[in-house]
Design a protein around this ligand. Structure first.
Ligand code: SF4
Ligand code: SF4
Length: 342
């Protein structure tokens, strides 16, 4: 990989939006995510030298500028050339080559960094299992759809949310039998993991959110850190090692040591952690700063150093994000992913 590309991706991940040239027509459908770091924003996927990143796009002045050059697209940063040979990539739904659906953006929990329940439009309203299959089949006519994933806010109860997710997975498995399916639930008992597996899910992501139990208690006041660890163990039993992933958000005051020890503990269980830099925005910043104090995004140096350590740990335990077919490891748009980006 060309030297410096990992750093450039880190700069893009922690940086601001991309300003489009006046009158620019985006060649693909614009994604308006209801989950993940870009929730609520209009964004597109930029690809460069084999890497990809999803960025919010705006018309007004911003940190990055898209330039239409004679030989394709170029990205400038603060008015100076930053990246050449940039392409704009299609998303299936939310993610490139993947149909990723949020079954319900509403959530009865209150994680301080999470924008999904605060979006003013209910973008997931009317998203039935039948519609998901229909939309995916239509997309498959015009582009590769390598996998399908489902996430959901917790609405009603955990059990009801998992049952809705399992019902959706069962329907997709029945209607598109060869589809690789990933699920990202909040679960409280082993039976819920078994239900999703029996319904036909191939991979599962159960998010630990923070490596630090004290920070977790503050930012995810309704969730149970110890329970998530137990659910991850059960998930490996049910889905198998290398089929379970877990997002860890960093940039909330945790130490590198606690982060890397957690990555290692997960890896020793057969779980590949995904390291997600905290995305601060006008919606979540007031909540986070009133709970944790003034916050700044992690430096590029910290991001790349952690990514290198992350890669080393996964390698030591025989885990490789490239073997995962669904969700964030297959997408790679929001993180520095070992073996894909470095
Ligand atoms: S459980 Fe927390 S992170 Fe997940 S959707 Fe609900 S509020 Fe957001
Ligand atoms: S990396 Fe994950 S959260 Fe980000 S766009 Fe891809 S699937 Fe969504």
């Amino acid at each position: 990989m060309e030297e410096g590309l990992t750093e450039k991706k880190a700069i893009l991940l922690r940086g601001g939006a991309v300003q489009l040239p006046p009158g620019f027509q985006v060649p693909f459908r614009i994604s308006r995510s209801t989950a993940g770091p870009g929730a609520g924003k209009r964004s597109i996927v930029f690809m460069f030298h084999g890497l990809r990143v999803k960025k919010a796009i705006v018309q007004e002045e911003a940190e990055f500028q898209l330039i239409v050059g004679d030989d394709g697209y170029i990205l400038h940063r603060h008015g100076l050339p930053f990246l050449d040979e940039v392409e704009i990539g299609p998303v299936v739904f939310h993610s490139p080559e993947q149909a990723f659906f949020n079954l319900d953006q509403r959530c009865m929990y209150h994680c301080l960094y999470c924008n999904s329940p605060l979006l003013d439009v209910n973008a997931t309203k009317g998203l039935t299992k039948e519609k998901i299959v229909q939309m995916t089949k239509e997309a498959m006519l015009s582009m590769p759809v390598l996998s399908l994933s489902v996430t959901s806010g917790v609405y009603g109860s955990v059990q009801e949310t998992v049952e809705r997710m399992a019902d959706c997975v069962r329907h997709v498995r029945q209607e598109i039998p060869d589809m690789i399916i990933g699920v990202e639930p909040y679960v409280q008992v082993r039976e819920q993991i078994e239900l999703l597996h029996q319904a036909g899910a191939d991979e599962i992501k159960i998010n630990l959110e923070s490596p630090d139990p004290e920070i977790f208690r503050i930012v995810c006041p309704d969730l149970d850190h110890g329970l998530i660890w137990r659910m991850l163990e059960d998930a490996v039993d049910v889905f198998g090692p290398g089929k379970v992933a877990s997002n860890i958000i960093y940039g909330m005051g945790e130490t590198d040591q606690s982060l890397l020890q957690t990555v290692e503990r997960l890896a020793s269980m057969g779980v590949a952690a995904g390291l997600r830099m905290l995305t601060l925005n006008e919606t979540n910043r007031p909540y986070l700063e009133s709970a944790l104090g003034k916050m700044e995004p992690p430096s590029v140096e910290r991001m790349t150093r952690l990514a290198r350590e992350h890669k080393r740990i996964l390698q030591d335990y025989g885990l490789d994000p490239r073997s995962y077919r669904t969700m964030c490891f297959a997408c790679t748009c929001c993180d520095l992913v070992p073996f894909r980006d470095l």
